[in-house]
Design a protein around this ligand. Structure first.
Ligand code: MRU
Length: 368
């Protein structure tokens, strides 16, 4: 997508062939920096510290992390150590383990001398696949927006939570891919952007990327969504996801569940954009089984923003000594989900449909 005046992806191999470059998402929207990751450890730190974030992007970053490890030491023990560290960097998004497992399955049968080249090629292919998958999600999600636009004289007001746009993927995004597809069709689309406390991925990242693409948007406090829905100002909600269990329960950024409840109470469709890499059929009881990342209390007690002199400053919000808790994700039960937008089409959030979809995809391959 467009950023800083040119088309770019969120992750790309460095020219010297010894690193991968990423956008430092910690300093957006106030500053623009790219970072070179030169080792698997660099990739672990970038994922853990949220230089890169968003389920699909951390998966692809981990695949590059394995490639960087294979360039340094492609022995079995070294690759397995790097794989464990990458998977442990963040626990909730299943894309991380999915990408690392796929890399190990490809590399382990090869002779160590052949692994670096193969790992690098695989990471590149996974990045390209992510782009194709998100483009397909955009195409399938577009029909939902077209239906609303037909009813509303060409206009759509969509609410989203967190950032499931191109910054969370290699390109296009998941939840925002239909928005970009609608924009290309000339639909007048406006996005209500939940600020998404405590890290404010909505206020900082979603607002920034929508502005870069010229999409109309309004940043709102997380608590404002229900009120807007009651007053008929939201046509549909579309969010991303970090892991979907076999029964269709959706784990996503903390606060997603409350939006789903408000949407149901107001008869507003609540859709989830889900690449198949985010489906975890090993999860039965999502509430009990999906590990929910607990992040540092400081993300809750403090906030970073731009001061009048342009510098980034951190300020404290709470009284000295007040304890804070910071669960980073929640689970929205399948009964509150109107549908899942996948690269193979829209499906209901139901176990039968999900198992059939996974089987069809395994047999058929590419997104349609
Ligand atoms: O903690 P983050 O910023 O990595 O959380 C991101 C989200 O919750 C996204 O909605 C999710 O990863 C889907 S991204 C296409």
């Amino acid at each position: 997508m467009r950023a800083m005046g040119s088309h770019r992806r969120t992750i790309w191999p460095a020219g010297d062939g010894a690193a991968v470059e990423v956008i430092d998402q910690r300093v957006l929207p106030h500053d623009w920096r790219t970072l070179a990751l030169r080792s698997a450890d660099d990739a672990v730190v970038a994922i853990r510290d949220m230089v890169v974030r968003g389920a699909p992007l951390i998966g692809v970053t981990a695949a590059y992390g394995i490639a960087l490890q294979a360039c340094a030491d492609a022995g079995d023990a070294a690759l397995r150590r790097a794989a464990q560290a990458l998977i442990a960097a963040r626990p909730t998004a299943v894309n991380l383990a999915w990408a690392v497992d796929r890399a190990l399955r490809t590399l382990m049968p090869l002779a160590p001398a052949d692994r670096a080249e193969a790992a690098w090629a695989l990471a590149g292919a996974m990045a390209d696949e992510d782009v194709a998958v998100n483009r397909a999600i955009g195409r399938h999600g577009l029909s939902l927006l077209q239906a609303v636009a037909a009813r509303r004289g060409g206009r759509v007001d969509l609410l989203t939570h967190c950032n499931a746009g191109w910054l969370a993927t290699v390109d296009w995004g998941t939840a925002l891919a239909p928005v970009y597809a609608a924009q290309a069709e000339g639909i007048e689309v406006h996005v209500w952007v939940d600020e998404t406390r405590p890290r404010n991925q909505g206020a900082s990242l979603t607002a920034w990327e929508l502005a870069q693409q010229g999409v109309a948007h309004t940043v709102i406090a997380d608590n404002a969504g229900g009120h807007l829905m009651q007053h008929g100002r939201v046509d549909l909600v579309v969010v991303g996801t970090d892991r979907v269990g076999a029964r269709g329960d959706v784990c996503n950024k903390i606060g997603t569940y409350l939006k789903a409840l408000a949407a149901r109470d107001n008869g507003i469709p609540f859709h989830v954009a889900m690449p198949l890499s985010t489906l975890d059929l090993s999860i039965g009881d999502a509430l009990a089984e999906i590990p929910i990342e607990e992040r540092a209390a400081r993300e809750q007690t403090h906030v970073v923003g731009r001061a009048a002199d342009g510098s980034l400053v951190e300020v404290q919000l709470v009284p000295d000594g007040s304890p804070a808790a910071n669960p980073a994700f929640d689970v929205t039960p399948a009964r509150l989900v109107s549908g899942l937008i996948t690269e193979h089409g829209c499906v209901p959030a139901e176990e039968g449909a999900l198992r059939a979809l996974a089987a069809r995809a395994a047999a058929g391959g590419a997104p349609r």
